[in-house]
Design a protein around this ligand. Structure first.
Ligand SMILES: C[S@@+](CC[C@H](N)C(=O)[O-])C[C@H]1O[C@@H](n2cnc3c(N)ncnc32)[C@H](O)[C@@H]1O
Length: 202
């Protein structure tokens, strides 16, 4: 396999993202890599995203990247059960001068919150929460995506045949859900912890 270290090091993050990564380190919160962030921003821009859902707010690193690519009046709905992380994410968004109305932070379990979101209403859905729940998240993501929308699942590395166990099984199950749905065009991208992206037919 090609050494793709250069892909991650090619991305330079701004001061707000550097500060958010500092908060993540203090709290021990996981974050996406810079290259995954750049991909999210690109997908948000390419889909003209005005409404985005994220599972797994963390301290707001992925949220900052998504907001950077979204329409200027776009709203990010981001769900996480960890109140402390979401408080830190609020700080990350404020430090980046993101208007309060652009980020709707929902403190709760994505398994309970996702079913309450409206059908066919979001251009982009990013799944980065509990990996074992990826298949359940994906089922809701498919429902809430607008035609032409894109779902992005992080931690797709479980698709590597050398991996086994419940986490790898959950990722494979999620991948099969999009592979078996004719409306979706999926691709696996070796960035960060592995990305599975799938575009819904327009
Ligand atoms: C990988 S981190 C998210 C990182 C974030 N997307 C970023 O890059 O800045 C995973 C998140 O899932 C949340 N989480 C933990 N347990 C969870 C659960 N049972 N269901 C959903 N999310 C959970 C954690 O609080 C954490 O913020």
């Amino acid at each position: 396999m090609t050494d793709n270290t250069y892909v991650e090091s090619a991305i330079v993050e701004d001061d707000a993202l550097v500060a958010a990564r500092g908060r993540a380190e203090e709290l021990g919160a996981p974050t996406i890599s810079p290259a995954v962030g750049a991909l999210l921003a690109l997908l948000a821009r390419a889909t003209g995203a005005k409404s985005v859902v994220e599972v797994g707010t963390g301290v707001g690193v992925s949220g900052l990247w998504l907001l950077a690519g979204m329409a200027e009046d776009g709203v990010l709905t981001t769900i996480d059960p960890e109140f402390e992380y979401q408080q830190a994410a609020r700080e990350s968004f404020a430090a980046a001068d993101i208007p309060i109305g652009r980020a709707r932070l929902i403190n709760g379990s994505p398994i309970e919150v996702l079913p309450r979101l409206a059908d066919a209403s979001y251009e982009l859905v990013f799944l980065d929460g509990e990996i074992l729940d990826h298949p359940r998240y994906l089922t809701d993501a498919i429902r809430i995506l607008r035609p032409g929308g894109v779902v992005v699942l992080h931690h797709a590395e479980g698709l590597d045949p050398s991996q086994s166990g419940p986490v790898a099984e959950a990722v494979r199950q999620a991948a099969l859900i999009v592979a078996d749905d004719d409306r979706f065009l999926p691709v696996v991208i070796p960035l960060g912890a592995g990305v599975l992206a799938a575009a819904k037919a327009g």
